[in-house]
Design a protein. Structure first.
Length: 268
């Protein structure tokens, strides 16, 4: 495939996960000269910016481009996982960051945006498999339930939802979602609301926008995309590990879902 791709996300105080995130981004099996990377570092109070600059210095020549932008807001509290804080501050701020990413996709004339949060460890085949569907919007499957449920029940909060009635949603939860490894490769389903790890065509970037919602900034984006005539899909055979916290990352490492990084296999 010869599609030009922008890989992008906001990064805030992710030093604990960045070596893993960067290793998985680097290992994506796709022509790096067709990949632009755009990281927006916002309100970070650790070494995240240093780690990203180190990656850029070491690997920039392999990619089409790597851009790191600092975009801070002193009014945003440090805690992001509190529901109250997220609804009052974070969702509106994240919508601004994500809209900057949409504009960057258009400015760089990229065919697709791979919008993938910095706490998600992607598989090396993610781009080829998502591109193979040839649809404007398609997500990979992740679980968001590691901190609200027992780990075995994390699948009950996936990143794919169906609309019950006007802008009211329910998680898509069934045996197929619980066992993505048993699904036929490339198994697509329709959904009305998704995010976190999603491939978006440039034409969608031009017509859809993120905005504040107490359901998260992804909901207005998905709603505006659907209003513009785009259908949303998810590849439920393409599972990615969502390391929502240090504890989740340690759990994945302990259970050998994620390989520990040592000097021989790290990229920074």
């Amino acid at each position: 495939m010869d599609k030009k791709i922008l890989i992008s996300c906001g990064v805030s105080s992710r030093e604990w996960i960045l070596p893993y995130y960067l290793r998985h981004i680097y290992n994506i099996n796709y022509n790096k000269k067709l990949i632009d990377i755009y990281w927006i570092v916002n309100n970070s109070n650790d070494k995240s910016l240093d780690l990203l600059h180190q990656f850029k210095k070491q690997y920039e020549n392999e990619y089409n481009s790597i851009c790191i932008e600092i975009y801070n807001n002193s009014e945003i509290p440090a805690e992001e996982r509190s529901t109250e804080i997220r609804e009052k501050y974070i969702y509106a701020w994240l919508s601004l960051i994500r809209n900057k990413i949409l504009k960057k996709t258009i400015k760089l004339k990229c065919d697709y945006l791979l919008s993938c949060d910095s706490d998600i460890l992607v598989t090396s085949d993610i781009l080829n498999r998502l591109l193979s569907h040839n649809v404007p919007i398609v997500a990979a499957l992740i679980y968001n339930g590691y901190e609200t449920n027992d780990f075995n029940d994390a699948y009950k909060n996936p990143n794919i939802l169906r609309e019950l009635d006007y802008r009211r949603y329910k998680y898509i939860v069934n045996h197929r979602i619980k066992h993505p490894e048993k699904q036929e490769i490339g198994k697509l389903i329709k959904c009305e609301y998704t995010g976190a790890c999603i491939l978006i065509a440039q034409e969608v970037c031009k017509k859809a926008q993120y905005a504040y919602s107490n359901q998260g900034e992804d909901e207005p984006f998905c709603f505006s995309a659907r209003c513009a005539g785009f259908s949303l899909f998810a590849d439920i055979s393409l599972f990615q590990h969502h390391c929502m916290s240090k504890n989740v990352l340690e759990y994945f490492i302990k259970n050998k879902f994620v390989e520990e990084i040592n000097e021989e296999n790290k990229v920074i």
